[in-house]
Design a protein around this ligand. Structure first.
Ligand code: MN
Length: 138
């Protein structure tokens, strides 16, 4: 049994992987044969991930605010607290906050055998992001 107290500093999401300001709190860390990696990710309004894939897929579970998520060539979905989204292994996608709202989600995945959690691509452009539906209509 290992208790990790709530004393670990929140980290900023790196600009290679995110547009805008994002903060990350670790929830579960892979260890030995246990591959689970989980984080609580806090997106400020307009902030979002870059396009990326996960080797074993990913589940996100929205806990606060209003967010957006899109897979490559799919519509942008408005996501709200209690919604969960699963991205298939290798499915290119992004997720983030709505333009005028904060959004927090739990992000859960199994890292691969080398400990890798994601492969990162280009940033989501302002034009791509602006295609989101109005959140009132979500
Ligand atoms: Mn993802």
């Amino acid at each position: 049994m290992q208790v990790t107290r709530n004393k670990i500093a929140t980290t900023a999401g790196p600009s290679e992987w995110f547009t805008g300001t994002v903060y990350i709190d670790a929830v579960a860390m892979p260890s030995g044969d246990a591959r689970l990696s989980a984080s609580s990710v806090h997106f400020t309004p307009g902030a979002r991930t870059a396009w990326h894939t996960h080797p074993n897929g990913q589940t996100i579970f929205v806990t606060e605010g209003v967010g957006l998520a899109q897979r490559r060539n799919g519509p942008i979905e408005v996501i709200r607290p209690g919604d969960r989204v699963f991205f298939d292994p290798g499915e290119d996608h992004w997720h983030g906050a709505a333009p005028t709202r904060f959004m927090t989600h739990l992000a859960m995945l199994d890292v691969d055998e080398k400990g890798k959690s994601a492969t990162w691509g280009e940033h989501v452009s302002d034009a791509e992001y602006a295609a989101a539906p109005a959140i009132e209509e979500g």
